[in-house]
Design a protein around this ligand. Structure first.
Ligand code: AHR
Length: 634
């Protein structure tokens, strides 16, 4: 906590200046703030899952990429052949036959843009082996020197798992994994896997602890997964199918990631989905971080920016059944088949699914028809589950209007709006929800992010100017808690060497993560959510530069003030019931172009101060800042 340097006046107004007031009507609390108002949106884009959150370090571990040796290369006098006869894992049938002409010949995996290895940490290695050739496994630095090594126990005539642990001698961002023969001979290898033992909650073969920690720290109210366009696929064959993501990770059939070559200028031909992070893990993650789970399912439509392929209406049943089964998987008691399946996978307790998205970012009549079919079937069996419908990619065009009209008629529970636009759009939209219909569907602002240059531009940056515009917009979401029930910034993660889309909330490399200015805005809103909206008005000044929302939690008034002016602004607070005493001010501020980066991660970070307040309270809000004030109430 930094010392207070009197950026504010306490209990006194010492000059004759007319100070505009924030009139806070604590006597007339408004709507309850939805516990899921501030959420997160996870999609496997930008190497968010494989190469990111999912801590596996070996790329193409099962030799299932179409270019079966992508990520692998021979070392020494080795011959590599990818075969599929008599596989160890029928659902991922390819395996590697390593032929070593001499001792030392072997094969190297490059990882996802290298492997991040931390000094002193243990790494769990495993591989399926057929054959008894003695092997050594090593972690190797880019210059070739060894970081860790172990001899593998010999395999036999049939496929079997062989395991060992490697302890790293150094921290290296771009290590590789080498398997080499200790004598000439031949051996079959499959599912070559390396995980840090230290993962989130130390779960074996789990998630990167630093990345989950960043999410948990936000205390998000909802976790939307698994996307995003990845739900839709470029074609229906490429869509996300949740059932295929359950069970032993080695048995989950790999698929191409739709972001692989989506953007030619940011192509990632080595981007596939192992589904090691599957639906059980998503539900578990939501539970761990205290967020409501919000799965989004394919509605029988491939991405309309790509093929737009449709499942004919008379062939929609399997898609609807997937949704019914998902509800059962999440919520059924263990005496029921899907509940028993969940228990067999290690989670007997239900996941308390309350909401389900039908389709991601779809639009047009074909979507409305399909949504109606889903709604009819799902509401019949599960009236308790709220359904989220999509309003397309734009927050205002004709398709958007048509979607709202259709979903009012269809009585959808919640409509998912998306917005990627310049910061100005966000300022102009602060009052967007003030006049929304209170009787229709509720709103999920399901994907939004201010774009410093323009939507889809590779030049976009996570600048403070963008984050502040989002903060102003978020005061409008909060004030309208009776209609806005969820929101999430998108996308969530970006790997600095493997991204397709920017800006992103959290950047990462193989070793560390960087929380952007936008992250801290989300963090502050989420951690200071409040329980009920308190009406607040700025009096004696044009709004234009300063946007406010207020909530109450217990005996505290929580004010959020996004001040976009180039000069500081002093405001007097008029709030009946304010109690003189100790308060807290949390400030986030910066220059417009400021960005947190992996090299300079703390350029824009919250500063917390405690302060004493008197009966008359004024506060000087810094230029270009977001301030959260937590003030005691009688
Ligand atoms: O967040 C990136 C993409 O933007 C999402 O996959 C999609 O829903 C939207 O178009």
């Amino acid at each position: 906590m930094r010392p207070v340097l009197l950026p504010f006046l306490l209990g006194l107004c010492l000059n004759a200046e007319v100070v505009p007031t924030l009139q806070v009507d604590t006597r007339h609390p408004g709507a309850k703030v939805s516990p899921s108002l501030w959420g997160i949106f996870f999609e496997d884009i930008n190497f968010g899952a494989d190469g990111g959150l999912y801590a596996e370090l070996v790329k193409n571990r099962s030799f299932e990429f179409p270019d079966a040796l992508m990520g692998w290369k021979a070392t020494g006098r080795a011959h590599l052949q990818v075969l599929e006869d008599r596989p160890g894992i029928p659902s991922n049938p390819h395996y590697l036959r390593l032929g070593a002409e001499t001792s030392g010949a072997g094969v190297v995996n490059e990882g996802f843009r290298g492997m991040g290895i931390h000094q002193g940490e243990s790494y769990a290695f495993k591989v399926m082996v057929r054959g008894s050739l003695p092997l050594k496994v090593e972690l190797v630095a880019p210059d070739g020197h060894g970081l860790a090594e172990a001899m593998l126990p010999n395999g036999g005539g049939e496929w079997q798992w062989v395991r060992t642990t490697l302890v790293a001698k150094e921290t290296v961002a771009k290590a590789s994994l080498r398997l080499s023969a200790l004598q000439a001979g031949e051996v079959d290898l499959d599912h070559v896997s390396l995980f840090p033992r230290h993962t989130w909650r130390e779960r074996p073969e789990g998630l990167r602890a630093d990345l989950v920690q960043a999410l948990a720290d936000m205390k998000p109210g909802v976790l939307r997964f698994p996307g995003g366009c990845i739900v839709e696929g470029r074609t229906l064959a490429n869509r996300y199918e949740w059932k295929a993501t359950l069970g032993a990770p080695e048995s989950r059939s790999m698929k191409i990631n739709r972001w692989n070559t989506e953007f030619k200028h940011r192509s990632a031909p080595d981007y596939f989905q192992s589904f090691g992070l599957g639906f059980l893990e998503y539900f578990q993650l939501a539970e761990d971080i205290g967020a409501e789970p919000l799965p989004i399912l394919n509605c029988g439509m491939a991405c309309q920016f790509n093929s737009g392929e449709l499942a004919p209406l008379n062939q929609l049943d399997p898609y609807i059944q997937d949704a019914l089964d998902l509800i059962a998987f999440a919520n059924a008691p263990i005496s029921a088949p899907w509940g028993a399946k969940r228990a067999a996978l290690g989670h007997p307790a239900p996941f308390h699914l309350k909401r389900l998205g039908v389709g991601n970012e779809q639009w047009g009549p074909a979507y409305f028809e399909r949504f109606a079919r889903f709604a009819e079937a799902l509401k019949k069996e599960h009236p308790e589950i709220e359904l989220v419908a999509a309003a397309g990619p734009s927050p205002a065009d004709d398709q958007f209007q048509a979607a709202w009209k259709a979903f009012r008629e269809l009585k959808a529970d919640i409509v998912d709006e998306h917005c990627y636009d310049r910061p100005d759009w966000f300022y102009q939209a602060v009052h967007r929800y003030d006049h929304y219909d209170r009787k229709g569907p509720k709103v999920f602002m399901g994907e939004y992010a201010a774009q410093s240059v323009g939507t889809g531009s590779t030049e976009n940056r996570n600048t403070w100017a963008c984050a502040l515009a989002e903060a102003a917009f978020m005061t409008g979401l909060e004030r309208n808690s009776d209609v806005v029930v969820m929101s999430s910034y998108a996308p969530l993660f970006g790997h600095v060497e493997a991204w397709q889309w920017r800006p992103d909330l959290i950047w990462m490399d193989n070793l560390k993560a960087c929380r952007t200015a936008n992250y801290w805005v989300q963090f502050l809103f989420s951690r200071n959510r409040g329980e009920v909206v308190i009406p607040v008005r700025l009096e004696g000044a044009e709004e234009g530069q300063t946007w406010v929302s207020a909530t109450r939690v217990g005996q505290e008034l929580v004010l959020k003030v996004a001040h976009a002016g180039a000069q500081p602004r002093r405001l007097r607070l008029e709030a009946p019931g304010l109690k003189p005493g100790q308060a807290v001010a949390i400030t986030l501020k910066g220059q417009d172009g400021d960005e947190n980066t992996l090299e300079d991660p703390d350029r824009v970070v919250p500063e917390t101060r405690s302060l004493s307040i008197g009966a008359d309270f004024q506060y000087l809000f810094p230029a270009r800042s977001l301030t959260v004030l937590r003030l005691p109430l009688k």
